[in-house]
Each structure stands twice: as structure tokens, then as C-alpha cells.
Design a protein around this ligand. Structure first.
Ligand SMILES: *Cc1c(COP(=O)(O)O)cnc(C)c1O
Length: 404
């Protein structure tokens, strides 16, 4: 084994195109929401094939905005997944509504059968998360939503570049025309497409789009850009108490060029995943991440699953040994019920998620980003194989464990 090899968990791919555009924006004199944000919205809307796009300062604010604009609030329940970032659940709590957790299926995504079991007369919405970039079973989710009169808000934080049955994640199904009320993307630093910090809300509903736009900027009827186009008229009205969630043109300058590179990013991610998969195919101590034939995985994350019954060490020790050999990793996610902020709610029957809790100790996210080299992918795979082989539980020990 080579010493001194270092593979970080992530490094963003920012090129001269992004840098030059940011410099042009800085020199233009227009820094906040303006022409570049409008351009980024138009181009993202065209790429995903959804008519209305609103750029925001994070996916978290976009999720909150969509929930608020759909009038979700106290006394209502919103069903989401335990295998997500805290933001998905926090934004539900911020509206005053009650988050309810449905368990995940074998693919790590929210399980429609578990959603169905959580629906009560208080349920108002479902927030599925396309975990790791693999689309959820949207047909089943839309079916439940239609039958029970619920809104669907897709957390597409991992899903830029993902396709569900031929349509972009967050868009309408080309087969049925069904779609969610809103879909929210993240452009956080480590995501498939980054603006440093940022997000985008997509919707097919023109009225919802205009309500979200107003709420995203204090509830003001016209934003600063419109006032500017109106040749400096000073007038504005605050229609309702809104938020401060708008994207700046500095962020949009990065996003415009990241979007143009997205298809290439996904191609590279997919090539590295194929390489990981082939190099790890015969390592029985680990399981490769799930895929689905009718979806294009965006491969935001490569979530390796340890076969713990075949290993003499646990996930945390596995991660330590990777770190000792220079490989950075992460874990997606610490399930929501395990966080202190959720402790009192986790005890409730409606939030029991045994499958998510059983999956969690098996999960390791390996480095996967377009700026990696094939040599780095090979080094990571080789290191995983070495640790797995060295830590293999011997057959007699496994049999003794079965006999216990
Ligand atoms: C990253 C992430 C978010 C939050 O995105 P921000 O843009 O940082 O607000 C929400 N949900 C999931 C599943 C995420 O991974």
C-alpha cells in the first residue's frame, strides 16, 4: 500500500467559466437578484422541463417557501423520510405542521406502503427525498396523493441530473403527466451542481410560482429588479409577511455555467460508479448501492453498504481505517429519529422506522465527484477491498454466532 495517498471526500469543480462570469457580475454593478438570476431560472426551467423556476438562497429556504405558500401550518401533518438531512424535517416544523416519518424501502427511499400507513385525516402533504440521486417511486406517491388530496413537495437536493421514467426528477412524468406541487433543488457546495449556497424551486402552478416569488422577498409585490426596470420608481407594497430567500446574481453566475456542465458531471460520476462497482463486485463483505432500470441515477452519492454479518469490525471502525489510509468518507444520513431535536417525537408510533435504523450502521458514502481521477477511484476501491478482506469474519465465527 502506498503511503501518503490522499483522496478527499469532495472537491468542487469550478472552472474559469464560473470565475469569469462572477467577475463580470461584480464589475456590472448589479449584485443581487437580477438579470443573471433570471437567466439561470430560465435555463434551469428549460433543462428540467418545468414551466416555472424560482432561484432561492438554499434548498432549505425553498422547502420552507413551498410549504408556506401551500398554506401548510399548525394542526396539519406532513409525511417524509427518516433517511434525510435535518433540513427536510426542520422546514416542516418551521411551518408549525407536524412531521411524520414513513420508513424507507430496500432502495433507501421512502416506501409508499409505509406512507399509506401514516396517512390520517390531518395529513396535508408528502415530502419525498430522492436519496443519493435515485428517484423515489413517484407513480405510487402521486397515486396516494391524488387519492387523499395531498400535496407533494419533492426534496430534489440530490437529484439534479436524475431522470424518472424519461422525465427529469421534479418534473412531470412524460408517461402520465402527473407532477408534484413543487420540487426543490440544492446548490450547496457538495451537491451535483453548486452555486456555493443556493437552491431552485420548480412548479407547474403559475399561481403558486407567483406566491412563492412574493414570499421569497419579504412579501413585496415587486422585487428590486422590477423597480430598476421601471426606471427607478420608488414604490412598493408588502402584501404579506414574507421571507428573505432570494438568490443573488453572484450565485447565479456560478449556477449558469454549472448547469451547462451538469450532463458532463453526471457522465463522469456514472463512469466512476461503474468503476467502483466492477472493482468491488467480488467483495462479499460489501454491497453496492441500489439502482433502478427505469431511472437515471444522478449519482450524487455512492453509498456503500457493509455486510456487517460478514465483518469483524463495524462501520465506524471501517471509516477510521479508510481515514488512516487517506480516504475521506461521510455518512448519509444519521436517521432523523436519532437526533436530539427529534427525541420526543421519535418515541411516537407514527415515527417508528426500523428499516432506516437497520440500514444506518451499514452506510458509508465513498468519495465521488467529477474532479476525481480514475486512479483515485481505484485507490479507494482497493483500500475498501483490503480493509474488508483483513476484517473478514471467519466462517466458524459466523456459524458460532448463528448458534448463539
Ligand atoms: C443538502 C440537503 C438539503 C439542504 O440543502 P441546502 O441547500 O444546504 O439548504 C436538504 N435536503 C437534503 C436531502 C440534502 O441533502
Amino acid at each position: 500500500m502506498q503511503s501518503g495517498v490522499q483522496v478527499p471526500y469532495h472537491r468542487p469543480s469550478i472552472g474559469d467559466e464560473e470565475i469569469d462570469e462572477v467577475v463580470r457580475t461584480l464589475k456590472s454593478g448589479w449584485l443581487t437578484t437580477g438579470p443573471r438570476t433570471a437567466q439561470f431560472e430560465q435555463e434551469f426551467s428549460a433543462y428540467a422541463n418545468v414551466p416555472h423556476a424560482l432561484a432561492v438562497n438554499s434548498c432549505t429556504s425553498g422547502l420552507h417557501l413551498a410549504l408556506a405558500a401551500l398554506n401548510i401550518g399548525p394542526g396539519m401533518e406532513v409525511i417524509t423520510t427518516p433517511l434525510t438531512f435535518c433540513a427536510t424535517v426542520n422546514t416542516i416544523i418551521h411551518t408549525g405542521a407536524t412531521p411524520v416519518l414513513a420508513d424507507v424501502g430496500p432502495d433507501g427511499n421512502i416506501d409508499p406502503a409505509s406512507i399509506q400507513s401514516r396517512i390520517t385525516d390531518k395529513t396535508r402533504a408528502i415530502v419525498p427525498v430522492h436519496f443519493a440521486g435515485l428517484p423515489c417511486d413517484m407513480d405510487a406517491i402521486w397515486f396516494l396523493a391524488r387519492r387523499h388530496g395531498l400535496d407533494v413537495i419533492e426534496d430534489c437536493a440530490h437529484a439534479a441530473g436524475a431522470f424518472y421514467k424519461g422525465g427529469h426528477a421534479g418534473a412531470a412524468s412524460p408517461l402520465t403527466g402527473e407532477h408534484s406541487a413543487a420540487s426543490v433543488f440544492s446548490f450547496y457546495a457538495v451537491k451535483n451542481l453548486t452555486t456555493g449556497e443556493g437552491g431552485m424551486v420548480l412548479t407547474h402552478d403559475e399561481e403558486l410560482a407567483s406566491r412563492m416569488k412574493i414570499l421569497s422577498l419579504h412579501g413585496i409585490s415587486k422585487n428590486a429588479w422590477n423597480r430598476y426596470s421601471d426606471r427607478g420608481h420608488w414604490g412598493y407594497e408588502v402584501l404579506e409577511s414574507g421571507y428573505k430567500y432570494n438568490m443573488s446574481d453572484i450565485q447565479a453566475s456560478i449556477g449558469i455555467h454549472q448547469l451547462r456542465k451538469l450532463e458532463g458531471f453526471i457522465e463522469t460520476r456514472t463512469r466512476f460508479v461503474d468503476l467502483y462497482n466492477s472493482l468491488l463486485a467480488d467483495v462479499e463483505e460489501v454491497e453496492r448501492p441500489p439502482e433502478k432500470p427505469d431511472c437515471r441515477h444522478a449519482w450524487h452519492l455512492y453509498t456503500l453498504r457493509l455486510n456487517l454479518e460478514r465483518l469483524a469490525i463495524g462501520r465506524d471502525e471501517f471509516i477510521e481505517q479508510l481515514k488512516d489510509r487517506g480516504v475521506g468518507t461521510s455518512v448519509h444520513f444519521i436517521p432523523i429519529p436519532l437526533h436530539p431535536f427529534f427525541a420526543s417525537r421519535a418515541k411516537l408510533r407514527q415515527n417508528h422506522c426500523p428499516r432506516a435504523l437497520a440500514l444506518y450502521p451499514r452506510l458509508i458514502s465513498l468519495p465521488l465527484f467529477p474532479a476525481m481521477t480514475e486512479d483515485q477511484v481505484e485507490y479507494v476501491a482497493k483500500t475498501v477491498r483490503q480493509i474488508a478482506r483483513k476484517s473478514r469474519k471467519h466462517v466458524w465465527a459466523a456459524m458460532a454466532a448463528v448458534g448463539d
